[in-house]
Structure formats: structure tokens, C-alpha cells
Ligand binder design. Structure first.
Ligand code: SF4
Length: 501
């Protein structure tokens, strides 16, 4: 019923027809499509994102315009249609309304995305990866994955992200799931080594699966962490995807050992050259009991990545997210079902892919019951964990905050191999958290405009937990500020050119 309703709306707004024309003449037809999205988003829920698109289209020399056109010219039409229909209209606009309804009805978090590990098995053994220590025995069955998605879509969740283990060990099931859930969009963190021509053909056929291939920087760093020869296999996988006109991204974990390799313009240029359209950065977290602490970045390295990613966003045609330094765009921690959660290959429902503590298992509870479980309600009642969105994490940035959440809720460690006391885990991160605090506080103060930050008036945050309104600017104010900055830059550039002439 709900699915039919979304499809009806898509037909009503003529979206599919518009997308059909889009790739024939993107420069002319994209503004028309954006006008349709404007009409669909009557409540201005996505005002910021829509404004960003309009700004990109107004600047044909800019990196965002180049990225959009690169996608429209280089990516297969079916994939673009699927992205607009499933991601923007489904997962974000229509799904968002349904999530909001359930959130209000049950007073709990309801996620935008669900991460799940189809298997704990992996064909590699990377340093510091918890999956390597989990062994190869755990799997979610096809029926369990199917059931998770059926439950999720009923509550408005259309975005599913595979982690692991290496998800592509289960290629056949993954393709079948894509076929059976055409309204959903699937992203997959993968080492890329199992991508071949046959799989690429399958991806083109289903149209709703987007891989993010893990790279650690250059060949030496990638092979040092992932094994000899892996970098060349990754390049080959990217070539296959590029030649099939399939969109893909890069997933990059920065550690104390490779931050100088991934934090370079050359690495950005390499990703773009391979055909990547997005990159997700993560910082290394010492998740499992034996994870080496020396791979954690120090505050100088974290500050370096803060500035580096922001500077690259100004000039490179690659969409970049930093999972640990972009908290200001999502009001801090997104875990515990606020925007996402993680289900491991044992069925345990964790609040976050990096937080392996749980009080619910999909073999015993429905998703809705898990959203209302003590652990997820502790997240809901306590988010955000800091008013400084550069210190969002109850583990990495706020010493022993996770310990309180876990102990207050009676959750247990979901690591199936070597369970770890939550106090011990928090103790490992205390030194880095305390060292990061003054740096993060300085960066947060410097990035304010007249002492204010733009934090969406987000219904996922309880009213009593919202940041003091005196410190928050509205989206309209933020847009006006951005427009003024852009106009000043344009005027300065024009004046410079005039002077040179
Ligand atoms: S728990 Fe930490 S790592 Fe996970 S989403 Fe929240 S802030 Fe990010």
C-alpha cells in the first residue's frame, strides 16, 4: 500500500519521464527536474540540499557542476533513474515522512539507513579490522535479510548498506535482494576483489546497487593493510565498473599510518581518474579487544583531515563525506537508529557499526521492538552527546559516555569472538578524546558565523536536548550567508581579472 502510494506520487510529478530526458540533454533538463523536486518538497524539509543543487547549476565552472555533469554523461541511464527514484524521492523524501510518523507514534528513533553484515566471512585479513577476528561462520540468511528490509520499508527505511565481513562473498543473494526490493537503494562497503564482469552485468540489470571500494591511499599503504596485490585488484575492479558505466565510490579509513597518503590532492585526482564519484572517509577506531591503538590518529592529524576535506570539497569533482568530522551537517551522532543502526552477521542489532554492544537480536525481536529497546532509547534520550558537533561520539570524543549508555540499558558486548568490557573499550579512547577536545573546541568556535552554527531544527533530537537556539542559525540564514560569501568571492575574482586585463 505504502509502496503503491510512492509510485503514484512519482507518476503524478512526471519524474520518471523527466529522468528519461535528463541524460539526453543534462545541461537543459536538470534544472527542470530540480524544479519538480522543489514542488515535491513542499515542507522545505530538504531546503538546504535543494539550494546546494541550484547553486551548483548556477556555476558551470564550479566543481559541483562538473561532478553532476560527469555523472550524467558517464553513468548508465538506469542507474541515474534508480538514484533519483529510490534515493532522493524514496529513501529521503517519501521514506522520511513515514519515518517521522512512526517516530512520533512510538516516541523512538527510526532510521534512514540500516547497515547489515550478510556474512562475517572475508577473503582478506586486514590489520585492525574486527571482521578478520570474527571468523567465517556467521551469516544472515537470505530470508532474514529479506525480512529486515520488509520491516524497514514498512517504517520508511529504503537505504540498506552492506558491511562485513566481505559482503560480496554473498553476491548471488545480494543480487536477488536487489531484484526483489527495487524501491530500495543498496550501498556496499567492499574490498572490491570479487567484482568481475559477470557481477557488473548483474548490477546493470538490477540498477540499485552502488559499491564503495576500500582503499588506503597509494599501493604501498593499501597492500600493507590489506595484503600484497590488493591495490591492483582494486584498480581492476574500478576499471570493470567504469567500463560498464556503473557508479561507484571509495571508502577510506585514515589511520596514523596512512593519513599523509590519503590526505593529498594526488589521491583525490587518482580517485577521480579511476571514475569514482564519491568518497567516504572514516577514522580508525580500535573496535575489537585486540585492535592496535597506535593506528588511531592524533589530534593534529584529525585537524589536518578537517581542513583537507573541506578544501577538497571546494575544488574537486568528487562528493566527499567524513563520517567523523561532518557531525555539524547531521546534528552529531546518528547512531542508535537516529539515522542508522547496524545488524551484524549474528543478528545482533548494534547502535553503530563501530559500537558492538546490543540488547536486541533480529531472531528474537522485531525492528520496531529494537528501536524501543533500552539501549536505543538511551541513545535517543541522550543525543546529541555534545554541543560541539566535532565531538559527536559517545566513545571516541566523550570519555565513558558509552559506558553509561551500555550499563544503564543492560546491553552486552556483541563481539562473538572476544567480548570486551565497555569500560575497557572507553578507557582505550580516553587519552585521544581529551587531547582532541581543545582542538575541536577551537575549530568549532572558528567555524561559527556570529557565534552561531546552522543545525537543522531536527525532529530526531528531543526538544530538551536541542542546542541553545541563541547558538543556532536557521537554514534560511545559513543560505543567505553562503550566498553572500559566494557573491563576495565572485566579485573579488572579477575585480582581479579586471586588474590583470
Ligand atoms: S556512535 Fe560514534 S561513530 Fe557511531 S555514529 Fe555515533 S558518533 Fe559516529
Amino acid at each position: 500500500m505504502a509502496e503503491a502510494s510512492m509510485k503514484e506520487k512519482l507518476e503524478k510529478f512526471g519524474l520518471k519521464k523527466a529522468i528519461g530526458y535528463l541524460t539526453k540533454n543534462p545541461e537543459k533538463n536538470l534544472p527542470k527536474l530540480l524544479d519538480m523536486v522543489d514542488k515535491f518538497d513542499k515542507d522545505n524539509v530538504y531546503l538546504g540540499a535543494r539550494h546546494a543543487f541550484h547553486a551548483a547549476l548556477d556555476d558551470p565552472e564550479g566543481n559541483w557542476y562538473k561532478l553532476i555533469m560527469r555523472v550524467l554523461h558517464d553513468v548508465d541511464n538506469k542507474m541515474i533513474q534508480s538514484f533519483f527514484a529510490s534515493f532522493i524521492m524514496g529513501a529521503t523524501l517519501e521514506g522520511g515522512k513515514r519515518q517521522e510518523k512512526i517516530r512520533k507514534q512510538y516516541g523512538c528513533n527510526v532510521p534512514w539507513a540500516i547497515l547489515l553484515d550478510p556474512t562475517s566471512g572475508c577473503n582478506l585479513h586486514c590489520t585492525g579490522c574486527w571482521a578478520a577476528s570474527y571468523g567465517h561462520k556467521l551469516n544472515l540468511t537470505y530470508e532474514e535479510i529479506d525480512d529486515i528490509i520488509n520491516q524497514g520499508t514498512a517504517m520508511g527505511t529504503y537505504m540498506y548498506i552492506y558491511t562485513g565481513g566481505e559482503p560480496l562473498v554473498r553476491k548471488k543473494d545480494i543480487i536477488k535482494i536487489c531484484e526483489n526490493h527495487q524501491d530500495c537503494i543498496f550501498l556496499c562497503f567492499t574490498n572490491g576483489t570479487l567484482i568481475d564482469d559477470e557481477f557488473a552485468e548483474d548490477l546493470l540489470r538490477v540498477g540499485n546497487f552502488f559499491p564503495a571500494i576500500s582503499v588506503e591511499g597509494d599501493e604501498a599503504s593499501t597492500d600493507a593493510r590489506r595484503g600484497d596485490g590488493v591495490f591492483q585488484k582494486v584498480k581492476n575492479a574500478m576499471r570493470i565498473l567504469r567500463e560498464h558505466r556503473l557508479p561507484f565510490g571509495v571508502s577510506c579509513c585514515y589511520t596514523s599510518q596512512n593519513v599523509d597518503k590519503v590526505g593529498t590532492e594526488a589521491f583525490y585526482d587518482w580517485m577521480i581518474e579511476q571514475g569514482a564519484i564519491f568518497c567516504w572517509f572514516f577514522t580508525y577506531m580500535p573496535v575489537d579487544a585486540d585492535a592496535p591503538l597506535e593506528l588511531m590518529v592524533n589530534p593534529d592529524q584529525r585537524e589536518f583531515m578537517y581542513h583537507f576535506v573541506r578544501s577538497m570539497r571546494e575544488k574537486k569533482d568528487l562528493f566527499t563525506l567524513d563520517f567523523f568530522l561532518d557531525g555539524e551537517y547531521v546534528y552529531g551522532c546518528i547512531a542508535g537508529g537516529r539515522y542508522y543502526l547496524h545488524i551484524n552477521a549474528n543478528g545482533d542489532i548494534d547502535p553503530c557499526v563501530f559500537i558492538h554492544y546490543s540488547d536486541s537480536n533480529i531472531r528474537e525481536k522485531t525492528l520496531l521492538e529494537a528501536y524501543q529497546s533500552p539501549l536505543f532509547m538511551e541513545y535517543h534520550k541522550n543525543q546529541p552527546f555534545n554541543e560541539n558537533m566535532l565531538r559527536p561520539c559517545p566513545l571516541l570524543d566523550n570519555p565513558y559516555r558509552l559506558e553509561k549508555l551500555v550499563k544503564d540499558s543492560g546491553a552486552h558486548c556483541s563481539d562473538p569472538v572476544k567480548p570486551q568490557d565497555v569500560h575497557d573499550l572507553c578507557a582505550k579512547c580516553e587519552k585521544q578524546a581529551l587531547a582532541w577536545k581543545p582542538v575541536a573546541d577551537k575549530l568549532w568556535a572558528e567555524s561559527a558565523v556570529d557565534g552561531k552554527h546552522c543545525l537543522n531544527d531536527d525532529d530526531t533530537i528531543l526538544p530538551q536536548n536541542r542546542v541553545n537556539p541563541a547558538k543556532v542559525m536557521s537554514m534560511e540564514e545559513a543560505i543567505a550567508h553562503d550566498d553572500a560569501v559566494a557573491a563576495a568571492k565572485k566579485a573579488a575574482k572579477a575585480a582581479e581579472m579586471k586588474k590583470e586585463a
